[in-house]
Design a protein around this ligand. Structure first.
Ligand code: ATP
Length: 233
C-alpha cells in the first residue's frame, strides 16, 4: 500500500539544509497498523506528511497503492490524497463554526459527492464513532475525546485506504486516549491501513508493527506478531 525507496527529504531555508529523512526504505502492506515512534525532531511528522502527500519528497521514490507519486503535479497529488487517504491530527482541526454534520461534510464536498451520498456517508461515519445523536452539536460542546472521534469520522467518511494519524491522542487524557486507540483498532480490523505517529509507548505497543525513526532513518522494524526483527537500516 505504501512503498518508499531511498526516500529523502531536505528542507532548505535561509542557506540552511536540514536532512529530515535520509534514505527511507519501507513497505507497509494493506491492512497493517503501524506505530511510528522516535525522538523529537527525528523526522516522524515529515515521514507522515510525505506519506500523506501533504509534502513532497526531494529524493527517491514513493509508491502509494502502486502509483509512483514522484513527479505528480499538485492536482494529481490532491486527487490521489482525497481518494485514498484520511487524516487525523493532534489538534483535531475541526471548524468551530460548523456543527458535526457539516464538519464531516467538508472533505466530501471537495470530492464532489452528491448531497444524498454525502448524507449517507456522514451518518454512517458519525454512527461508527458513536456520535449519531450529536450531529447538530458544535465542536466546543464536546469533550476532547469526542472531538477526536468527529475528526476520525471526517477522515472515515471518504472511505480512505490509509488513515494517517499524527499524535492523535496527544491532547487527550489516558482514558480518552485509550478510547480513541480502541476506535482506531476497530477501524483497522475492518481493513483500513493505519500509520500513527505517537510518543506514547503504551499505544505504540498495541500496534502490530512499530517503525522507529532516528535522525531521519528508519532504524528498526518490529513485527510484534513474530519476534523476528525484519529489517534494520
Ligand atoms: N518546514 C520545515 N522547514 C525546515 N525544517 C523543517 C521543516 N519541518 C521540519 N523541519 C526539520 O526537519 C526535522 C524533522 O522534523 P519533524 O517535524 O519531522 O520531526 P518529528 O520527529 O515529527 O518531531 P516531533 O516529535 O518533535 O514532532 C527537524 O530537524 C525539523 O526542524
Amino acid at each position: 500500500m505504501i512503498r518508499m525507496k531511498s526516500l529523502s527529504k531536505v528542507y532548505r531555508t535561509h542557506m540552511i539544509e536540514t536532512h529530515a529523512l535520509r534514505g527511507i526504505e519501507i513497505e507497509v502492506k494493506e491492512g497493517e497498523f503501524v506505530a511510528v515512534t522516535g525522538p523529537s525532531g527525528s523526522g516522524k511528522t515529515t515521514f507522515l506528511n510525505i506519506a500523506g502527500l501533504l509534502e513532497e519528497h526531494t529524493g527517491g521514490d514513493y509508491f502509494l497503492d502502486d502509483v509512483n507519486v514522484t513527479g505528480l503535479n499538485d492536482s494529481q497529488r490532491s486527487r490521489l490524497r482525497n481518494e485514498k487517504l484520511g487524516f487525523i491530527f493532534q489538534g483535531f482541526n475541526l471548524i468551530p463554526d460548523l456543527n458535526l454534520f457539516d464538519n464531516v461534510d467538508v472533505p466530501l464536498r471537495y470530492r464532489g459527492f452528491p448531497a444524498s451520498e454525502r448524507k449517507r456517508r456522514i451518518e454512517e461515519a458519525l454512527g461508527q464513532v458513536g456520535l449519531s445523536s450529536r450531529m447538530k452539536h458544535f465542536p466546543a460542546e464536546l469533550s476532547g475525546g469526542q472531538q477526536q472521534r468527529v475528526a476520525i469520522a471526517r477522515a472515515l467518511a471518504g472511505s480512505p485506504k490509509v488513515l494517517l494519524a499524527d499524535e492523535p491522542t496527544g491532547n487527550l487524557d489516558t482514558q480518552m486516549a485509550r478510547g480513541v486507540m480502541e476506535l482506531l483498532e476497530e477501524i483497522n480490523h475492518k481493513g483500513t491501513t493505519i500509520l500513527m505517529v505517537t510518543h506514547d509507548p503504551e499505544l505504540a505497543a498495541r500496534a502490530a508493527r512499530n517503525v522507529h525513526i532516528v535522525d531521519g532513518l528508519v532504524t528498526d522494524f518490529v513485527r510484534r506478531e513474530s519476534p523476528t526483527l525484519v529489517a534494520v537500516a
